[in-house]
Design a protein around this ligand. Structure first.
Ligand code: GTP
Ligand code: NA
Ligand code: MG
Length: 302
């Protein structure tokens, strides 16, 4: 409603790029350089997303799902999870097929891009060559008079990674990201699976509202009351404000990556929504298994 109080939220960033261009190295460096003092020795449980705290109480949430499959799956389900895409290109290599794919994914999703020109510590690194290849795709970096921010860096040595984080924060400022922390939570599922002993475990990203232990959540055809929540350091948390990734226990199934979730105040309504979706999903399954005529295939392809 119009009376809603919107507050600033931190950016959600996905790192993409060609194989071996340094996505994981960059994430690892950022994570290790920004681990909060006193928690460095803690057990880090991989939950597919994490939040880094920077100076001045600024935060950035990184989605640790650089696989294009996950991105495509999320896009297919209409979940716009990412605010900013960082496209990593190795300066000693070139703009490669998966670089182009990453760029088209970001463009199709309408997500702003920042280019991280990596491996500048290597002999033969040639950032200008990368900018030229990008320009052939109509992508002009600022240095070439265009609109795209780029940063030359070395993920391995940690050179200029801070400058990249600053550029991410600048982009976020321009986007003016807002959410209402005072309403029921909604967001997207990053990944979910059945864990022996713990039951269904889902990593979710809160995009609006604040998620709380005890909340009744529906995601796709599944629902449940949240029994426990954990942050990326595997610490129990009771609340998760906007842009926070958390692992949750309590759903009665594993929704697909990219599925949306929503918290309901009314238990009957939540069950109703989930049950109806389960029914639709069963019917679709049955229909898919029936004989399909050539005519119908034609209609579907049209
Ligand atoms: P995939 O997940 O397989 O697509 O690869 P990736 O993009 O995550 O690349 P990854 O971080 O695994 O790095 C690939 C290789 O490049 C590793 O051997 C890294 O050590 C190396 N590497 C990454 N960044 C740098 C860098 O800045 N400088 C140098 N010299 N090597 C780097
Ligand atoms: Na690799
Ligand atoms: Mg990797």
């Amino acid at each position: 409603d119009a009376e809603e109080e919107l507050e600033h939220r931190s950016p959600i960033v996905t790192i993409m790029g060609h194989v071996d261009h340094g996505k994981t190295s960059l994430l690892d460096y950022i994570r290790s350089a920004n681990v909060v003092a006193g928690e460095a020795g803690g057990i880090t449980q991989h939950i597919g997303a994490y939040e880094v705290s920077l100076a001045g109480d600024k935060r950035i949430t990184f989605l640790d799902t650089p696989g294009h499959e996950a991105f495509t799956a999320m896009r297919a389900r209409g979940a716009k999870v990412t605010d900013i895409a960082v496209i990593v290109v190795a300066a000693d290599d070139a703009v490669m097929p998966q670089t182009k794919e990453a760029i088209s994914h970001a463009q199709a999703a309408g997500v702003p891009m920042i280019f991280a020109v990596n491996k500048i510590d290597k002999e033969g690194a040639n950032p200008q060559k990368i900018y030229e290849q990008l320009s052939q795709m109509n992508i002009l970096v600022e240095e070439w008079g265009g609109k795209y921010q780029s940063q030359e860096l070395s993920a391995k040595k940690g050179i200029n990674v801070d400058a990249l984080l600053e550029k991410i924060l600048l982009e976020a400022e321009i986007l003016d990201l807002k959410a209402n922390p005072d309403r029921e939570a909604s967001g997207s599922v990053i990944e979910a699976s059945l864990d022996k002993g713990r039951g269904y475990v889902a990593t979710v990203l809160v995009q609006n509202g604040t998620l709380k232990v005890g909340d009744l959540m529906v995601s796709g055809q599944y629902y449940g009351r949240i029994k426990a929540m954990f942050n990326e350091r595997n610490q129990r948390v009771n609340i998760a404000p906007p842009s926070t990734p958390v692992q949750i226990l309590g759903l009665n199934g594993a929704p697909q990556a990219g599925e949306k979730f929503k918290v309901y105040a009314d238990e009957g309504e939540a069950k109703d929504v989930a049950t109806k979706r389960a029914q639709i999903s069963r019917e679709q399954g049955l229909r898919a298994r029936k004989h399909i005529t050539l005519d119908e295939i034609g209609r579907r392809l049209a």
